[in-house]
Design a protein. Structure first.
Length: 305
């Protein structure tokens, strides 16, 4: 799920402040390429700016750590094993929206798109270098490029599912305006698609699909198929989380504990997601600085201070 959360931490301002009070510190310009050093300086000087350097470690890990590739492949290989069992057991469903009887329906797997099958690192990296923050216009332009890569393991898994006669459905909160480009991107990478336009289900594609809550769209798929697996990177890819706070998310997680790794396969996304806004109780009226303050309150709890 693509969510509209800026990354507001003035980490670079803090870094700059530290170097100002600690003369022995190595200046950033000495350890960063000139381009990044000037980015850092400009960000620190931007009042109220929302430096996306907050995402630096998460983006670097996702882009370049072999650990990310290993975790993603691990998730998809686990998914394949569970899929074999799911196909043999016609009482198995992965959708809370699935209504009986469903055992005779053809099987389908439902996958989220962003950071589940498509890798948008180029967009995230541009935000960091441009000191930008997510916004619908730059995101829509990126979607139209149809240049996202494939998340490790996703191609192999979806092709395997298709080879077993499983319909592969891509259920995304990308807007309907970007559906054709999304389909082009998936096709170019070799993801299985049929001629059915509802292989790709976008937000606003139908009047009843206006909500970011994917529940109505999962119900639509469950009306036609036995949904054997859900794959995603965000809690809302599995159930309707209704913008739960951290405690609510814990309850939702625990209520379906034995579905994870079996019916529900989750990919890691440390860059964005509903977990991030849960840190400030989904109060989008807060300023970036206030949101950062709420996040730091969570960290202080961990530090015992
Ligand atoms: Mg996603």
């Amino acid at each position: 799920m693509r969510v509209r959360f800026p990354w507001p931490l003035p980490a670079l301002a803090l870094l700059a402040a530290c170097s100002a009070t600690k003369p022995a510190a190595v200046p950033a310009s000495a350890i960063l390429p000139a381009e990044l050093a000037s980015t850092l300086a400009a960000t620190a000087e931007t009042p109220g700016g929302t430096p996306s350097f907050e995402n630096l470690h998460a983006a670097l890990w996702t882009a370049d750590a072999v650990e990310f590739r290993a975790v993603a492949n691990q998730a998809y290989r686990l998914a394949r094993l569970a899929l074999d069992r799911a196909l043999e057991d016609t009482s198995w469903t992965a959708a809370l929206e699935q209504e009986a009887p469903f055992g005779a329906k053809p099987p389908a797997v439902v996958l989220d798109v962003d950071e589940t099958v498509l890798d948008n690192m180029a967009y995230q990296a541009r935000l960091i270098l441009d000191r930008g923050t997510y916004d619908p216009a730059t995101w829509a332009a990126w979607v139209e490029e149809a240049a996202a890569g494939a998340i490790p393991g996703a191609l192999e898994f979806t092709r395997y599912a298709a080879s077993r006669g499983v319909r592969v459905v891509y259920l995304t909160n990308r807007d309907a305006a970007g559906e054709a480009a999304t389909r082009r991107n998936l096709e170019a990478l070799g993801f299985p698609l049929t001629d059915d336009p509802d292989d790709v289900m976008t937000q606003n594609e139908r009047p009843e699909w206006r909500a970011s809550d994917k529940g109505p769209r999962r119900a639509w798929v469950a009306g036609r198929y036995r949904v054997v697996q859900l794959v995603g990177d965000n809690l809302g890819d599995f159930l309707s989380d209704r913008r739960a706070d951290f405690a609510g998310r814990e309850s939702l997680y625990a209520a379906h504990d034995d579905w994870w790794g079996e019916r529900w396969i989750v990919l890691p996304n440390p860059q964005y997601g509903s977990w991030e806004s849960a840190a400030f109780s989904n109060d989008f009226s807060l300023t970036p600085a206030q949101r950062t303050g709420r996040k730091l309150e969570r960290i202080r709890l961990r530090a015992g201070r």
